[in-house]
Design a protein around this ligand. Sequence first.
Ligand SMILES: C[S@@+](CC[C@H](N)C(=O)[O-])C[C@H]1O[C@@H](n2cnc3c(N)ncnc32)[C@H](O)[C@@H]1O
Length: 268
Amino acid sequence: MKKNFIYNGDCIEILQNVIDKNSIPLVYADPPYNLSGKSLDLPNNKTGGAFYKMNEKWDTYDYPDYLDFTERWLFGIQKVLLPNGSLYISCTQHNIAEIIFTAKKLGYKLNNIISWFKTNAMPNITKRTYTHSTEFVCWLVKGSNWVFNYDEVKKFNPHKTLDGKNKQLRDFLDFIELPIVQGNERIRGSNGRALHPTQKPEKLLELIIKASSRESDLVLDPFFGTGTTGIVAQKLHRNWIGIENNLEYVKIANRRLNIKVESEKCLK
Ligand SMILES: C[S@@+](CC[C@H](N)C(=O)[O-])C[C@H]1O[C@@H](n2cnc3c(N)ncnc32)[C@H](O)[C@@H]1O
């Protein structure tokens, strides 16, 4: 298996056939949430047609297929994680139940659910529910003796004591406030449009990688997208492996990571 490399293909196949068993200390996964085409399709909407938050083919499953897909990639990760490894999974209210239920069924232990409050969340157009302003990151472990760099995470806390020292974590809980990626951090095409609908903030990855890995550790992301995990891992002197089945996103991530070689199509 290659380090600092994006495998272009299906993560379930690559986890099973390419990634070494019991080799990865930290996995960050940002899987399809299965939101596309369903949400906010209002039959009586008079404001110009159905309004979709997300409409991507890779994010569209029948419910039983989504459960099966979730179980298969979680199983794949379980095989490649080190016995004391950590798995962090981004999700929302739409798929958190399926993720946690399936992970527990496979024998993972849930350590925390980090809530990410999105300070620039989508506006509440329908006014029929509370505004959806949070995403979650579930921290799951396979065994015991997981890495948690409490002192690093303490430094991450924006709040300091009156004399400027790092505070204990009492006021920096399993909660983080961050905007959805915008400005220079957002990867855009020449027409100014975002090239990926769900690019994650680097700051979120910084917290995860600092908390649960050590320098030169390997961080794997099976749903690599624009390569946010690779960028942050590199900045923090970690190695990384990305898996992404959309070749256009692989190219975007390779450009972002300054990687000249084209990723191989390793599995069909
Ligand atoms: C939610 S996005 C990840 C975005 C990423 N965290 C970022 O910051 O850019 C999920 C990604 O997984 C990819 N994907 C979906 N199913 C996949 C599969 N079975 N194997 C590999 N990649 C997959 C999609 O093409 C998409 O880019």
